[in-house]
Structure formats: structure tokens, C-alpha cells
Ligand binder design. Structure first.
Ligand SMILES: Cc1cc2nc3c(=O)[nH]c(=O)nc-3n(C[C@H](O)[C@H](O)[C@H](O)COP(=O)(O)OP(=O)(O)OC[C@H]3O[C@@H](n4cnc5c(N)ncnc54)[C@H](O)[C@@H]3O)c2cc1C
Length: 477
């Protein structure tokens, strides 16, 4: 068996690329080393759909950011993923900041960002009454938004699988060899042959590219820490609030999330370990200080959790999305740091163009279905809708996660779907069970029991996030 295309990595880049490919009459496999999709950078970021004013004009980042922003409406609508265009403000607190905003505005106009406006202090305070009274002005970008990154990736994979893509989880690509007419990928599940390969392996994409091309670029992990606050703080601001960007990125921001929480962060610290997701007290202090400069009244006693994500920062300064000059048919979609989430739908389009140029025939499938039905959200239903649902399926009458009002019906559905949840974190990302104030303190044992029942395995075999993360040591005697 030889696949037409093997996509390595089921983050948002690989997920949307596989989905885009599944429109065509092709045999596609999506290879992911972890036990679920969206386990890399895609699971921990700011979740902002950036407008595109700060990526430098003329770069791939700038071009694909703006295009990805435009595509986001249709993609999220088709995949049933939460997306809200709430707009963003970059605040200025000094004359120097005002000059920076003017430059951002001009760069944004060149990038083709619609609706940008420079606001005076009065206009800012009208839009965002809780920002610091010291503000002097702001750049408003109405096309910025917020999305759920892991649901976007999981939705895209589910849709790709429904349209014929083969998803292989816990399938780590360990070596790649060029052969006549294609490639052999040595994986933890044996050899896989494919005519074309898309390398969307995030933090590891430079190492995979080097197997085929030799070392051409390097990825350096840059850590960003966050604080997530309770829904009681979710309305402190209405839009995404930034300070002017620094050399290391867009800086610490404050934003509502699509689920109604408040998110503050990220820091930006270069680290050497590609797995270093530790959070630090200095990171937390930096976030609190910076966030309070922008929005003084945030109540940080309402922090629900802290976490960190790793940017796959390339030494080229731009996304590395190109066909290999040494091995025909190998495409890198690498160095996808911010705004990679925003750009993902446009990156998928761009990668397909490269594949076409490399000789892949793209013949549309007549039965491609772009629509994925979202999971039901009991917490968002009216009493009448709830009654009807419980009558049709009593599992929706059993609340498993009390903090987020998640029912057994939703959990079972998240497991039974194509490319469904196989562990606790996977259920959590799809349903929000365990994401509330108690962080799973109440519902974890119940989730373990449901997973064991649905997967037909003993409770001791249920894991938090795949191999090496069992939750129970053994049964009580
Ligand atoms: C702190 C932070 C904040 C950010 N904020 C934003 C934002 O607000 N807006 C925005 O647009 N972007 C943002 N980004 C960027 C965005 O998160 C990334 O661009 C995007 O998630 C990258 O997705 P990806 O699929 O390329 O990589 P990943 O999500 O890392 O996916 C790569 C996948 O490849 C798998 N893999 C690796 N090696 C192998 C192998 N050998 N075999 C098989 N599988 C393998 C990994 O397990 C992983 O699942 C932010 C990033 C960070 C870190």
C-alpha cells in the first residue's frame, strides 16, 4: 500500500492540510506521535485570530495571516468551531508607543488589513472602560478574533477522517528515506510509503526536514506562560488587549476566551528543551504586572490554572513553507510560530499549491462533505432544549462535570466520534469536562469510569494523555 500523501503532525497545520487534501481523490494518511491530535503548540497558545498588522510586509507570515483571517469564518462555520470576531486594541502609554502604533497601522494597510483605525484616549475608554486611565491612544483592528485552537484542529481531523483520511496516532516518524517515486517513512508503527510528504511536525520539523534535506534551518523553542482566570473575570475586557510588540513577539495580552474565561500572557523566553512546559513564579509575576498595567482591575485571585506553550521559532525569521530542492515531493510547513493558528487555513491552501506544482494531481471528489456537526453543548441550551434532549437520551441528564455543566451524553459522544477521545485530556479538550474551577477534582473518577466502559478496557488502563500517564495504580481491595 502506498499513500499519495503522508502528512506528519496533527497540529492545526497538519490537520487543516489533511482536511484540504481530503477534498480530492487521494489516499492520505495523517501521522501523529502523540495519543491525540493538537497535543503540540496547538494546545497552548493565545487563541487569537490576528488581524495581520504586525507581521512584516512582504513576508509569508504577513500574507498568510491576512488570508487565514479571511478564511477563518468559513472554516469555523463548516467545522462547527467557536469563533468570535471581537476585535483587538494595541494600547499606547507614551509618545514613543504612539509612533509605534502609526508604524503598525501603516504596515497593516500595506498587508491589506481592513478597517484599521487609530483611536484617541476618549474613544479607547468608550470601547474598553476598564483599561488604564493612563492610556494615550490605541490601534483598533476590528477583524481580530478569538477561536478554540484545539477544537479547530480536532474538528478538521474529524472532518478529514470522515472524508477518507487515515489517522494514525502514537505513530512517530523516526526516519525518512527518498526512494524512486516517493518516500519511505520509518515510524514507531513500521514503514509507511507515500508519494508525497508534508512535514508539519511543529517543534521537530527541522529535525525531520534534515533527514531529507540536510540541516537547512533550525527551530528554537520559545516558551510562553499563561494565567487562565475564572469566568467571573471574562467580561473585564470586550476585545483582545495588547501592548506594542517587542522584538520577541506581540507581548503580553489580555483577552476573553471563546468559553468566557479571561486569559493573560504569554511571556517569551528562549529555552533549550523542546518539551519544557514548566511554569515559573517569575513568569507569573511578569504576566500579572504587565496585565495590570493595561487593565488594573483584573482580580488575579480568580486564577483557575496556569500553563505554558512553546513557539517553534525558526532561525529564518519567517515561516518555512517550501518544496524541497533536494527531494522532489517533500514539502516543509515548518517554523509555524505566531500567527500560525490564524494562518493555518491559508497555509493549507499554500501547501496544496506547492504539492500541485510538484506534480500531485488534485481531482475533486464528488462526495466530499465539508461539514462537521459540533458536539452538543448542554450548558448552552435552554431548559426546553435540555428536556427534549434528556428525553431522547437519558445520558444527557447525568451531569458529570459540575463546574462546566458537562453531561455523560457529551462525554460519550466525544469518545464515539471519528478520531474521538481516547484519554482524559482528549475528553477535556473536546467537552471542557475538568476545565472549570476544580480542575477535574470532582469529575476525574467519573470520566475514568466512562472512558473504561466506552473503550472496553480496565479502569487501570485509562490514561491522562497516552503512554506513560496511567491514572490508577490498581483496584481497591
Ligand atoms: C505562546 C504562544 C502563543 C501563540 N499565540 C498565537 C495566537 O494567538 N494566534 C496565532 O495565530 N498563533 C499563535 N501561536 C502560534 C500557533 O499556536 C502555532 O503557529 C500553531 O499552533 C502551530 O501549529 P502546528 O500544527 O504547526 O504545530 P504543532 O501544534 O506543534 O503540531 C505539530 C505536531 O507534530 C507532531 N510531531 C512532532 N514530531 C513528530 C514525529 N516525528 N512524528 C509524528 N508526529 C510528530 C507533534 O506531536 C504535534 O502534534 C502561539 C504560539 C505560542 C507558543
Amino acid at each position: 500500500m502506498i499513500f499519495d500523501v503522508a502528512v506528519i503532525g496533527a497540529g492545526v497545520t497538519g490537520a487543516l492540510t489533511a482536511r484540504e487534501l481530503s477534498r480530492f481523490d487521494l489516499k492520505i494518511c495523517l501521522l501523529e506521535r502523540e495519543a491525540d491530535v493538537a497535543m503540540g503548540t496547538t494546545k497552548a497558545n493565545s487563541a487569537i485570530v490576528h488581524a495581520g498588522y504586525d507581521a512584516k510586509y512582504g513576508t509569508l507570515k504577513g500574507k498568510l495571516n491576512v488570508r487565514g483571517n479571511v478564511l477563518m469564518d468559513q472554516v469555523t462555520r463548516e467545522l462547527g468551531v467557536p469563533f468570535k470576531r471581537i476585535g483587538s486594541l494595541v494600547l499606547a502609554f507614551s509618545d514613543q508607543d504612539l509612533l509605534t502604533l502609526r508604524k503598525l497601522y501603516e504596515n497593516g494597510v500595506k498587508n491589506g488589513v481592513p478597517g484599521l483605525k487609530l483611536l484617541d484616549r476618549h474613544q479607547v475608554m468608550q470601547m474598553e472602560p476598564n483599561v488604564s486611565k493612563k492610556v494615550k491612544g490605541a490601534l483598533h483592528a476590528p477583524t481580530a478574533g478569538i477561536v478554540c485552537p484545539y477544537e479547530l484542529a480536532a474538528g478538521a481531523v474529524e472532518n478529514a477522517v470522515k472524508n477518507g483520511t487515515e489517522l494514525k496516532l502514537e505513530c512517530q516518524v523516526q526516519d525518512i528515506k527518498k526512494i524512486e517515486g516517493g518516500f519511505v517513512l520509518a515510524t514507531s508503527q513500521g514503514d509507511i510509503k507515500a508519494r508525497f510528504v508534508v512535514n508539519a511536525a511543529g517543534l521537530y520539523a527541522d529535525l525531520l526536514s534534515a533527514m531529507v534535506n540536510g540541516p537547512e534551518f533550525q527551530i528554537r523553542p520559545r516558551k510562553g506562560e499563561y494565567l487562565l482566570l475564572d469566568k467571573s473575570q471574562g467580561n473585564v475586557v470586550n476585545s483582545v488587549i495588547f501592548m506594542p510588540p517587542t522584538e520577541k513577539g506581540k507581548g503580553i495580552l489580555v483577552t476573553p476566551t471563546v468559553d468566557g474565561n479571561l486569559l493573560a500572557g504569554p511571556t517569551a523566553v528562549d529555552v533549550s528543551d523542546r518539551e519544557d512546559l514548566s511554569v515559573t513564579s517569575s513568569g507569573m509575576n511578569q504576566i500579572i504586572k504587565r496585565a495590570k498595567q493595561m487593565v488594573p482591575d483584573i482580580q488575579f485571585r480568580d486564577v483557575v490554572t496556569s500553563f505554558a506553550g512553546l513557539r517553534a521559532t525558526p532561525d529564518t525569521g519567517d515561516f518555512v513553507i517550501e518544496a524541497s530542492r533536494k527531494a522532489k515531493g517533500f514539502i516543509n510547513a515548518a517554523g509555524i510560530e505566531s500567527p500560525g493558528l490564524t494562518a493555518a487555513p491559508a497555509i493549507a491552501e499554500y501547501v496544496l499549491d506547492l504539492l500541485r506544482q510538484q506534480g500531485l494531481e488534485l481531482k475533486p471528489k464528488t462526495d466530499f462533505n465539508p461539514v462537521r456537526k459540533p458536539l452538543l453543548r448542554f450548558s448552552e441550551m435552554s431548559d426546553k432544549e435540555r428536556e427534549e434532549l434528556i428525553r431522547s437520551n437519558p445520558m444527557y441528564g447525568n451531569i458529570v462535570c459540575r463546574c462546566e455543566t458537562v453531561t455523560e451524553g457529551e462525554i460519550v459522544e466525544s469518545i464515539r466520534r471519528p478520531a474521538g477521545a481516547r484519554n482524559l485530556d482528549a475528553v477535556k479538550r473536546r467537552t471542557r469536562a475538568g476545565m472549570g474551577r476544580c480542575q477535574g477534582g470532582f469529575c476525574t473518577p467519573r470520566l475514568v469510569a466512562i472512558l473504561a466502559r466506552e473503550l472496553g478496557i480496565p479502569a487501570e488502563e485509562v490514561t491522562k494523555k497516552g503512554k506513560g500517564s496511567k491514572i490508577l495504580m490498581g483496584e481497591k481491595v
